[in-house]
Design a protein around this ligand. Structure first.
Ligand code: PLP
Length: 361
């Protein structure tokens, strides 16, 4: 049986009636912007992450831009960001007026390290964006020890854990995306910023609403970027299930391991101490095109997400002059996402592994 790349439908099926009832309540209540569900979801998300504040915004890209501005990033500043990530991690620096400076990743974890960040620091560095890529958890404390504030891009890491706490509570601030395919997804676009810093939270709250907190006085040039009340209602039904879904993702990774996939290709390695809720399960191999072809022929889901890393994208050419990022190039040329979801079974993992075995032997 073909195994899909991800399955957002099955985990949500038992919640459908409750979600529809909550949406109907919002329609009845007729408060569609910054109503009671947004406020309640913000409190619930903050509690889940172990952060003091959460601020709902329109999407995960705006979340990064607004968080950077709330951290004081502006024109003339540099922001260090990995090149091996979704394009938005770097694109979101643009509206702040700061300059992206690309750093490398460890191809075994797909995350930045203190060493790769250190190599990109200059006196103009104002912040570092550490991406918890594929659900792994970047070593935030080690990077902050370099003396720069870290913004966690946790778009792919809802439900992950580390000894220091959850993504969302590890750095100066963190950002989430609730794009439907993420570990916690709504029924459209949505995002959030979390932080333990009262002033960063206050600034982010103003910036998402045109730079104002009273809708009368406008103190900053901000954005119209709010989490919709309907999306917040949908997310409130789902959040209590995130931990169970994350456990399902962890179990799916174990299924691949038990099936022997690690003897055939390189499996993603959790950062020391981290307990990732794998958003995507990404293997590496020098013969990856062969593996991709075999999986596709068997009808299994597979996708190379970042074959062309961000610093080699046309829009970023001016920031990539003479840049050499060997870990990024290694990850970009050898990675492949294979099926992963909270409900991926041992049988499905064995089927995918069998296809990889046939392709690599
Ligand atoms: C999805 C994603 C984003 C952007 O989130 P949107 O809600 O789609 O704007 C940013 N960074 C990473 C790593 C992502 O995966």
């Amino acid at each position: 049986m073909p195994v899909p790349l991800f399955d957002t439908h099955t985990p949500l099926a038992p919640l459908r009636a409750e979600i529809l009832a909550r949406i109907a309540e919002v329609v009845e209540d007729s408060r569609f912007i910054l109503g009671p569900n947004v406020g309640a979801f913000e409190a619930e998300l903050a509690a889940y992450c172990g952060a003091r504040h959460a601020i709902g915004v329109a999407n995960g890209t705006d979340a990064i831009t607004i968080a950077l501005m709330a951290l004081g990033v502006g024109p003339g500043d540099e922001v260090v960001v990995p090149s091996f990530t979704f394009y938005a991690s770097a694109e979101a620096i643009g509206p702040t007026g700061a300059t992206p400076v690309f750093c490398d990743v460890d191809p075994d974890t797909f995350c930045v390290t203190a060493d790769t960040v250190r190599a990109a620091l200059t006196p103009a560095t104002k912040a570092v964006i550490a991406v918890h890529l594929f659900g792994n958890v970047a070593p935030i404390a080690e990077i902050e020890a370099l003396g720069v504030p870290v913004l966690e891009d946790a778009a792919q890491a809802a439900g992950s854990r580390s000894p220091a706490g959850r993504p969302g509570a590890l750095g100066a601030a963190a950002t989430f995306s609730f794009f439907p395919s993420k570990n916690l997804g709504c029924f459209g676009d949505g995002g959030a910023i979390t932080t333990n810093d009262d002033r960063v939270a206050e600034m982010a709250r103003m910036l998402r609403f045109h730079g104002s907190h009273d809708k009368v006085t406008y103190e900053h040039i901000g954005f119209n970027s709010r989490l919709d009340e309907i999306q917040a209602a949908v997310l409130r039904v789902q959040l209590p299930h995130l931990e169970g879904w994350a456990d399902g993702r962890r179990a799916a990774g174990e299924h691949y391991r038990a099936a022997g996939l690690g003897e055939l290709v390189t499996l993603p390695r959790p950062v020391a101490g981290a307990d990732p809720a794998w958003h995507l399960y990404v293997i590496r191999d020098p013969r990856i095109e062969l593996v991709a072809k075999a999986l596709a022929a068997a009808g299994h889901g597979q996708k190379a997400y970042y074959r062309r890393p961000v610093h080699l994208q046309p829009a970023m050419a001016r920031y990539a002059h003479g840049l050499s990022l060997p870990g990024t190039e290694e990850a970009a040329s050898t990675h492949l996402a294979i099926p992963m979801s909270p409900v991926l079974s041992a049988e499905q993992a064995a089927e995918v592994t069998q296809t990889v075995r046939a392709a690599t032997s």
